[in-house]
Design a protein around this ligand. Structure first.
Ligand SMILES: *Cc1c(COP(=O)(O)O)cnc(C)c1O
Length: 348
């Protein structure tokens, strides 16, 4: 086997969506499939979720929505977080996408270029990233509400930290801006769903939880990444491994060289820190992560398997992320194009 194998369990993604839909109570659960479904392949993930009953999808950009549309057919709604940017009109129109308008400029652009085309509104409630500010909303709201927006939404900055006062503060602002509008509302992503019913409104927007990531502890694992062993060698005490001679064997050791590196999303910050697994047995990375290769110490294994797992039952995306100083989201979206992707179909 030449390439590393990335196995994506669509059944687990569907099970995670169903679990998050249950946790969303009366609210509809959408599915966030931006960045190619967090690196796992929107062309496979979104249809599986649509078959399971998902009726609303979110992407970051109009171009992503336009590419998604043929895979899920005409019925599901596709919302675009970055709204209506210059040059987006054709993609929004052909993909029948619903931009979430973020500013006065976007509102004006939408009215000019796609009058009558559906839209939603993103409101800033304190994250200061995307969304119309309160003062602008006060002015724009009467006319915009008369045009029938499909959704009023905002996003929480600290939803993965339930104790943060910022959550309740953003909730209060969102209520102040949207109560009594009569329009469908959405505030919660994965973390917000777990904050409880006050945060659910009409529609929830889980992303990372679908793909097995924190803060959804109840997630079924979704990805397995098996790295092939290219060769093994015995090194004597005092010999070094990898670029910069970055690791020195303290004692005789057996080193396996595996076929994946930072070009595949095994971040260089994992050097000297991360582990791969032979079943349950951890094997530490030794030396620096190269572009296409890593070295691991397999001295303690009786036999060296043909592949070692860097993601799988023994190590999820969040555990690996710790060893790279990052978060599970970045591990997922860094999964490289060279991996051979295999999909396990969802049952039924
Ligand atoms: C990415 C994103 C989501 C999904 O967030 P998760 O934490 O992955 O569930 C929801 N809403 C907005 C605005 C986003 O940018």
């Amino acid at each position: 086997m030449a390439r590393a194998d990335l196995t994506i369990d669509l059944g687990a993604i569907v099970a995670n969506w169903r679990a998050l839909a249950r946790l969303s109570g009366k609210a509809e659960a959408a599915a966030v499939v931006k960045a190619d479904a967090y690196g796992l392949g929107a062309a496979r993930v979104a249809p599986a979720l649509a078959r399971a009953g998902a009726r609303s999808f979110f992407v970051a950009e109009a171009s992503e929505g336009a590419r998604l549309r043929p895979h899920i057919g005409p019925a599901p709604a596709i919302f675009v977080f970055t709204g209506h940017m210059a040059g987006d009109a054709a993609a929004l129109s052909e993909g029948r996408l619903i931009p979430l308008l973020n500013s006065r400029e976007q509102v004006a652009r939408h009215r000019d270029t796609l009058p009558g085309h559906p839209f939603g509104i993103q409101l800033d409630t304190g994250m200061n990233r995307l969304g119309i500010e309160e003062a602008d909303w006060r002015e724009l709201a009467p006319a915009l509400l008369a045009e029938g927006p499909r959704l009023l939404m905002s996003h929480l900055a600290c939803a993965d930290a339930p104790d943060q006062a910022a959550n309740a503060a953003q909730l209060a602002v969102f209520r102040r801006l949207t109560d009594a509008t009569g329009v469908a509302r959405s505030l919660a992503a994965t973390g917000g769903i777990l904050l409880g019913p006050d945060y659910h409104f009409d529609l929830t927007r889980p992303g990372v939880g679908l793909y097995g990531g924190a803060p959804f502890d109840g997630a079924e694992p979704v990805v397995r990444l098996a790295l092939p062993v290219v060769q093994t060698r015995e090194v004597a005490a005092g010999e070094t491994v990898g670029y910069g001679n970055g690791w020195t064997a303290p004692a005789p050791a057996r080193i396996a060289t595996l076929a994946a590196g930072y070009a595949d999303g095994l971040l260089r910050a994992m050097s000297h820190r991360a582990r791969v697994f032979a079943g349950d047995a951890p094997c530490p990375l030794v030396g620096r992560v190269s572009m296409d290769l890593i070295g691991v110490d397999v001295s303690h294994l009786d036999t060296v398997p043909e592949t070692l797992d860097i993601l799988g039952p023994a190590q999820g995306v969040d555990r690996l992320a710790l060893d790279a100083g990052t978060i599970g989201y970045e591990i997922l979206t860094s999964l490289g194009p060279r991996y051979a992707r295999h999909y396990e179909e969802a049952a039924g």
